[in-house]
Design a protein around this ligand. Structure first.
Ligand SMILES: Nc1ncnc2c1ncn2[C@@H]1O[C@H](COP(=O)(O)OP(=O)(O)O)[C@@H](O)[C@H]1O
Ligand SMILES: [Mg+2]
Length: 251
């Protein structure tokens, strides 16, 4: 059996005077999409930063493809909750950043970057600078940048949180399509039950103070999921179950 794409074993973390995460263990298989659903302040962003090697672990182990995470690495990509774009580069050049840093973007990479921007609805904004983009547009540029970089493990921190409800749902379906074309292990943080159920193979639910896992449920809904999926009894039953659990642990 191949090793998991991601493996967490007893992960804990504290900021001074505040325990944020305690005893988190779960695996993500290659090509598996896991949504982490949790209340605001529950430690979701902290969890992603630990997995990305941007914060030192307080306790436990994080393995990516069988090797311990000791810092940021090439095979892990991240979209931050707040977009991190370089203000002096256009949207397209921000998407090309990973390629550009290493050796200058090739024509094929430029084409792929343009195609990714088109897929997420930003074809007409490719030459805009970050100051000309809304928060939601900037987050989508961050998503395209991560996908261009083509990592084995995708980490996404509420990438659609700044979008209006319709665009948000559309973007989830675009992400599903891009992911289905090339399935990669993904950890997608969200506080939206609908979004988690549209995207994920599994939903991990966190409670807070300290952040810990209270459920790890499969999402046995067929793909591709579509707006119609959200009208099925299966979807709604699962959404209601999650809602009840969520209300319990967020209270
Ligand atoms: N740099 C920091 N220093 C101290 N406390 C922090 C820091 N960053 C986050 N926290 C605290 O850690 C907890 C978890 O935060 P976070 O991981 O951002 O939660 P979430 O992403 O689920 O909203 C919160 O109580 C937050 O106030
Ligand atoms: Mg957060």
């Amino acid at each position: 059996m191949s090793s998991p794409a991601l493996s967490l074993d007893g992960v804990g973390f504290s900021f001074p005077g505040r325990q944020v995460l305690a005893g988190l263990s779960f695996n993500v298989a290659p090509g598996e999409f896991v949504a982490v659903l949790g209340p605001s302040g529950g430690g979701k962003s902290t969890l992603l930063r630990l997995i990305a090697g941007l914060l030192p672990l307080g306790a436990g182990r994080v393995l990516v493809r069988g090797t311990p995470v000791t810092g940021p690495r090439q095979d892990v990509g991240m979209v931050f909750q707040k977009a991190t774009l370089l203000p002096w580069r256009t949207a397209l050049d921000n998407v090309l950043l990973p390629a550009g840093f290493r050796r200058g973007a090739s024509p094929a990479e430029r084409t792929r970057a343009e195609n990714l921007l088109a897929a997420i609805g930003l074809a007409d904004s490719a030459n805009y600078y970050p100051a000309q983009l809304s928060g939601g547009m900037a987050q989508r540029v961050g998503l395209a940048r991560m996908l261009l970089h083509d990592p084995d493990l995708l980490l996404m921190d509420e990438p659609f949180a700044a979008l209006d409800a319709m665009t948000r749902e559309r973007m989830a379906l675009v992400l599903q399509k891009l992911w289905q074309e090339r399935p990669r292990a993904a950890v997608f943080v969200t506080h939206s039950i609908q979004e988690a159920l549209l995207l994920a193979d599994r939903v991990v639910v966190l409670a807070h103070s300290p952040g810990r896992i209270v459920a790890d449920w499969p999402v046995p809904l067929p793909r591709p999921r579509a707006p119609e999926t959200m009208a099925t009894p299966e979807f709604n039953e699962l959404a209601l179950k999650l809602r009840r659990l969520f209300d319990e642990v967020a209270a």
